[in-house]
Design a protein around this ligand. Structure first.
Ligand code: SF4
Length: 232
């Protein structure tokens, strides 16, 4: 999506409307500090936020700091996070991350994207979530499956690659809106623009959406959806 003046204005209109519609949009992962948000975000891969929120209270009670977590036995972590799925890989990521925080950052979560993405198990998406919601720092736009799908449908980005979609969104949207952009697109994707059955009839940005979706709704059809949620 080219960052022309018209495209920027259109993206701004979409975000304005979504801001009114989903004023309560926020990161749903329960946490008390940046470290807990890193761990919760790692656990949220391929898992619902609700399920993550069910396991983290006991996990954070037992291992409240990077230092405590770094010294944990892997089998104990695996048992505690098992309901979130992929528990062995996630345990490796959490332990590796905690050890790196202790060894290289004095037990603190760093405040730059460059340092965050060097942590085991932490990519740009997790980094953007943590920097944005723990520190209020906008260094990127977290692109998860909802952001990928909804931004493609609305025509504010094109493509299946989260890094490329993030690059397009960053070029189109002013930095001061980057943190909210993720929250708003995720909430819109969960509540209205769902993967299999987008509720176009009640969608507040219907008039700004791409033609295949408006056409399908006008014809009383459900758009045929590709894996990433784009019209076929
Ligand atoms: S009009 Fe339909 S496809 Fe477009 S954003 Fe709204 S719900 Fe999604």
């Amino acid at each position: 999506m080219r960052p022309t003046r018209l495209n920027r204005e259109r993206a701004a209109r979409i975000l304005d409307i979504l801001e009114q519609t989903h004023a309560d949009a926020d990161c749903a992962l329960h946490r008390n500090n940046a470290f807990e948000l890193v761990v919760a975000t790692i656990l949220s891969a391929q898992c619902t936020d609700e399920r993550v929120n069910q396991v983290t209270p006991a996990l954070f009670r037992r291992y409240p700091t990077p230092d405590a977590m770094a010294r944990a036995r892997p089998a104990q972590i695996e048992t505690m996070i098992r309901p979130t799925g992929f528990f062995r890989a996630k345990t490796r990521s959490i332990l590796g991350c905690a050890r790196a925080l202790v060894a290289e950052h004095g037990g603190e979560v760093p405040r730059t994207m460059a340092a965050m993405v060097e942590l085991p198990g932490v990519g740009r998406k997790t980094s953007s979530v943590v920097l944005g919601h723990a520190y209020g720092i906008a260094e990127g736009i977290a692109v998860d499956t909802h952001v990928l799908r909804v931004s493609n449908r609305l025509g504010i980005a094109r493509g299946d690659d989260p890094i490329e979609v993030e690059r397009q969104l960053m070029a189109l949207i002013p930095r001061e809106r980057w943190i909210r952009t993720t929250d708003l697109l995720i909430f819109h994707g969960r509540r209205i623009c769902q993967a299999r059955r987008p509720a176009c009839g009640v969608c507040p940005v219907f008039s700004l959406c791409r033609w295949p979706y408006r056409q399908a709704y006008a014809l009383g059809q459900t758009p045929r959806i590709k894996a990433r949620g784009r019209p076929s």
